[in-house]
Structures are given as structure tokens and as C-alpha cells.
Design a protein around this ligand. Structure first.
Ligand code: ATP
Length: 517
């Protein structure tokens, strides 16, 4: 399936099966805001649990908090968000569409990369096993020409962003003859900075009200609680504080479903370390985080690291973990070495000491921080996009059929077990309910008696339920059921007593965690 079609299909599927709805849909929706439906919320909760357990439960030296969304406005001056949390925006005068100027340039650069990839594929086809990719990249004139183009544009962009030179960003767009992807027009406005924070008022009396912000990241709630947690938890360096919560950004471009939303959720962990040890921990967390992603079992080639050329004002090293979404490789998680920037700034702006007393050396200092920051919604999207499959299946009579199956990692699947009485009579529904009553304490179960058994299987495949069990007349005689595996579609007759063990073995979160720890 073409990637564009896959993405459209995914959005339709997410709606049809209760994963994601457009916010305020009956009022024609609200741009870049989405609601999670009955299946979506379960998957989301399971992802959160996998992350939380991997951080907090598996580490003696990481604890969690849940800070408020509203914070003292001075925090955003200290963190640099009021002055620097901007994106450069540009409008096309003909199409009236608005873009992030740096994104337009990045996408242009990717076109040169696509040409290089095409040449590599051609070379591989021509030379077969004798193809030496390294040599090809170093010597092929087309590749070298495209590579030097990439380096040149990238170099200019990084420099312009670092210097906040908006005229130069516009000039790059003009020089590269970048056209509006929608209309093809090159009639651009100047580039302007746009602050992404949402503002609101605190207090009921207009005069006395003060301007506050909806937090654009959860991290600051951790920094301002550093001392509270360190003291009350008697934490010793190195230690981490984890948090899952909503963040809000007035994104300029919001056209990629839940990839870029104006209200979204982050899962962040700030790891406080002794200055000078941060690079060691940075490497450690890079590895831990990629292992967490890989433990879910999505295709490994869909992940890659991307090193930041332009570092944020607070960082001395930064990598993204990118995922290959249907619209290409994009950021899924950021891992940043944030130095002592945040704590030092809060110390300065609040006038309160935010230091750590090291009993071994007898010294006090402001700790350094390594941050891991992952978007919950983007993780959700990565799972849906890698797991939604259109499968061709051969029937016993030789004919072929298709099924849509959502092969979500079983531990994360919203419903673990569907319990299906073969017919709606003869005491089979009662038996099915009795099984659910026994298993519902451990697994999310769904009862379904409507339509033929084949259609019910298909419905569960589309939701992503790892197991279906069928209750038939034999069940009443010998307490056995048929269990059907979502991925293999294989069926087996087992004793009801064995059911909990079989399902647990497949869906227990421990399975995923054991791959990492
Ligand atoms: P991008 O460059 O894509 O705008 P970012 O670098 O600004 O992302 P961070 O500030 O590092 O993102 O935020 C950490 C994580 O939060 C990101 O890796 C991403 O998964 C998630 N995230 C950021 N912005 C959004 C958004 N608008 N919608 C959904 N998730 C987001």
C-alpha cells in the first residue's frame, strides 16, 4: 500500500474502531486537537504503564511526580520559553497557507537525500553482490553533487537559526526556489517569529488577573520540584524524576493527525547527575531508550538516531530517536544533555538555592541533567502505523480473502481476550459470562455474541485483540474452549483452567520489561 494511502486508511481505521476521534467533531472539529476513544484510551494507558514501569518501577533511583499544568509565569522567563520558544513562520500569499520556514527547507533537503537513495538502489541493482555502498557514496558524481547541495543548505540553515537571522531563512527559501507544496506558488511573505505558548488569565477580576501560560512541556514542573523530591525522598545523585502529563503548543502547522497536536501528552524523565559525568549518562540513556522502543517488537529498521546539529540554548548534546511514520522518518523522542541550565536559571530567578550537598566530597553544586522526553501520542501513532496490516489469507477451499489486522504488541493491546459464545442460546452466553467474571480481574475482556463467529473474529482482529475464545456445546460437557491466536489465526482446544496461564504468558507487561532489564 502506498504510504499516503496507508496514512489515510490508518486515520479512518482509528476512527471506525474507537481509537481516535476529531475533537468537537459534531461542531466540525477543532484543528489539531483529538480525543481518544474507548480503545484509544486503553492503548494509551498501556503505553503509559510500560513507560512508567520501565522508569519508576525498574529503577530504585527514579521516582515520579504529577505537577500542575499552571505554573508561576516567571518560570517561563527563567526557562527561556517566553523569549525563545518560537518557530519561524512564513505564509504563502497565493494559497494563504502557513508553514514553518525551517520545515520547508528541511523537506527540500530531503529531496536531495531521496535522490541519493535512488542512486544507491540503482547501483545495488546494477552491481548486485559486488556493490560497495561506501565506495559508491564517496565516488559517484551524482551522489557527491547532491551531498554537497545538502551540506550547503543545511549549513546555511543551521547558521541562520543560530543567529536568529530571519532574512537569511527567507533568502534560503528564495535561493532554493522552494514552492508551496499545495499550490506550487513561490510568492512568500517575510519570515516571522511566532511564540508557541498559549496564554490565559489567572484570577476572576480583570484588573487583578495575571497572565499565565499552559505549560508547553512537562519538564519545568520537574525542575522546580527538584529540591522537594530530593529532600523528602532523601535522593542521592544520580537520581531521576519522571512525569507523564499534558503539554500545550500553538503549533503553526498542524496537518499530521496526532503527530503534531496543540494539546498532547509527554512522558519525561530528568536524570540529575554530578557535573562531569553527564556524557556517560547521556550514552546510557540513549541506549536504554532505544531498547525500550525495540522491546515493543515493531520492526527495528523503523527506528534511527538523529544527532542535532543545532543545539537548543540549554543543551550540550542532543539526539532524537526518529521513527519511520507513513510520512517519513520524524522525531519520536528527544534525549538531551541539558547541563545545569534549568536549575541554575531557576536558582537565579527564584532566589532559592537549588543545590546538592555531596556528603562524600563535602561540596555543594548545581546538578547536571540528562533528559529523556517522549511524546505519548507519537508513540501511539508509531504503534498504529507499524501494526495496521491488510493481510491476504488463503482459505481451506483454495480461495483467497483479506483481513485487516492490528498487530499491536499483546501487552499493549486494549482488549486482551474476546469471549464469544458460538450461539446466543443453550446456556452458552451464561458460560461465556462466567468465564469473563473469573478473568476480568486480570485481563480486559470483551463479550460479543452478535453476527457469525467469522465476523466476530474479524472485528477483534481490527481492534487488535490477541486472543479470542469460543464457547460451544462441547464446553458445557468438558469445560474446554477453542482459543484463536490473532497473528497466526491458529485455533486450539484447551481446558478453561489453562486459559488464564496461556493469556497471561502472552500479554503480561513483564514480557516487555524483561527484554530490557
Ligand atoms: P518537533 O521538532 O517535532 O516540533 P520538538 O523537538 O519541539 O518536536 P520536544 O520539545 O523535544 O519536541 O518534545 C519532546 C517530545 O514531545 C517530542 O519528541 C514529541 O514526541 C513530543 N511532541 C512535541 N511536540 C508535539 C506536538 N505538537 N504534538 C505531539 N507530540 C509532540
Amino acid at each position: 500500500m502506498a504510504q499516503d494511502d496507508l496514512f489515510k486508511k490508518l486515520i479512518a481505521h482509528a476512527k471506525e474502531y474507537g481509537y481516535i476521534f476529531q475533537s468537537s467533531e459534531i461542531y466540525d472539529g477543532l484543528s489539531a486537537v483529538y480525543d481518544y476513544g474507548q480503545m484509544g484510551v486503553e492503548l494509551k494507558n498501556n503505553i503509559k504503564k510500560f513507560w512508567w514501569d520501565a522508569m519508576v518501577k525498574m529503577h530504585e533511583n527514579i521516582v515520579g511526580i504529577d505537577a500542575a499544568i499552571f505554573m508561576h509565569p516567571e518560570i517561563w522567563n527563567a526557562s527561556g520559553h517566553t523569549s525563545a520558544f518560537n518557530d519561524p513562520l512564513i505564509d504563502n500569499k497565493d494559497s494563504k497557507k502557513r508553514y514553518r520556514a525551517d520545515d520547508l527547507i528541511e523537506e527540500h533537503i530531503q529531496k536531495y537525500q531521496a535522490k541519493i537513495n535512488k542512486d544507491i538502489a540503482k547501483g545495488r541493482k546494477k552491481f548486485g553482490d559486488d556493490f560497495d555502498e561506501k565506495q559508491f557514496l564517496e565516488t559517484n558524481p551524482n551522489v557527491l553533487r547532491n551531498k554537497s547541495k545538502i551540506d550547503e543548505i543545511q549549513g546555511r540553515l543551521v547558521k541562520a537559526l543560530e543567529a536568529d537571522d530571519l532574512n537569511e531563512i527567507k533568502q534560503i527559501i528564495v535561493d532554493c526556489e522552494i514552492a508551496d507544496p499545495v499550490s506550487g506558488s513561490k510568492n512568500w511573505t517575510d519570515v516571522r517569529q511566532f511564540n508557541l505558548m498559549f496564554e490565559t488569565q489567572l484570577g476572576s477580576v480583570a484588573d487583578g488577573a495575571s497572565k499565565i501560560y499552559l505549560r508547553p512541556e512537562t519538564a519545568q514542573g520537574i525542575f522546580v520540584n527538584y529540591l522537594n523530591v530530593q529532600k523528602t525522598g532523601r535522593m542521592k545523585l544520580p537520581f531521576g524524576i519522571a512525569q507523564i502529563g499534558k503539554a500545550f503548543r500553538n503549533e503553526i502547522v498542524a496537518r499530521q493527525f496526532i503527530f503534531r497536536m496543540r494539546e498532547f501528552e509527554q512522558m519525561e524523565m530528568q536524570f540529575f547527575v554530578k557535573p562531569g559525568t553527564e556524557m556517560e549518562w547521556f550514552e546510557h540513556w540513549k541506549e536504554m531508550r532505544i531498547n525500550w522502543h525495540k522491546a515493543m517488537g515493531l520492526p527495528e529498521e523503523k527506528y534511527r538516531f538523529h544527532k542535532h546539529d543545532k543545539l537548543a540554548h540549554y543543551a550540550n548534546a542532543a539526539y532524537d530517536i526518529e521513527f519511520e511514520f507513513p510520512f517519513g522518518f520524524k522525531e519520536l523522542e528527544g534525549i538531551h544533555s541539558r547541563t545545569d541550565f534549568d536549575l541554575a536559571q531557576h536558582q537565579k530567578f527564584s532566589g532559592k538555592k537549588l543545590q546538592y550537598f555531596d556528603p562524600e566530597s563535602g561540596e555543594s553544586f548545581v546538578p547536571y541533567v540528562v533528559e529523556t522526553s517522549i511524546g505519548l501520542d507519537r508513540t501511539f501513532l508509531s504503534i498504529l502505523s507499524a501494526c495496521l496490516k491488510d493481510e491476504e489469507i488463503k482459505k481451506e477451499n483454495g480461495e483467497s480473502d483479506t483481513r485487516v489486522v492490528l498487530q499491536i504488541p499483546p501487552a499493549l493491546a486494549p482488549i486482551k481476550l474476546a469471549v464469544l459464545p458460538l450461539v446466543k442460546k443453550d446456556g452458552l452466553p451464561k458460560k461465556a459470562r462466567a468465564i469473563i467474571d473469573e478473568l476480568k480481574f486480570d485481563f480486559t475482556c470483551q463479550y460479543d455474541e452478535k453476527d457469525s463467529i467469522g465476523r466476530r473474529y474479524r472485528r477483534q482482529d481490527a481492534i487488535g485483540t490477541p486472543y479470542c475464545i469460543t464457547i460451544d456445546h462441547q464446553t458445557l460437557e468438558d469445560n474446554t474452549v477453542t482459543i484463536r491466536n490473532r497473528d497466526t489465526m491458529g485455533q486450539e482446544r484447551i481446558k478453561i483452567d489453562e486459559l488464564a496461564g496461556i493469556v497471561d504468558d502472552k500479554v503480561n507487561m513483564k514480557k516487555l520489561l524483561k527484554k530490557i532489564f
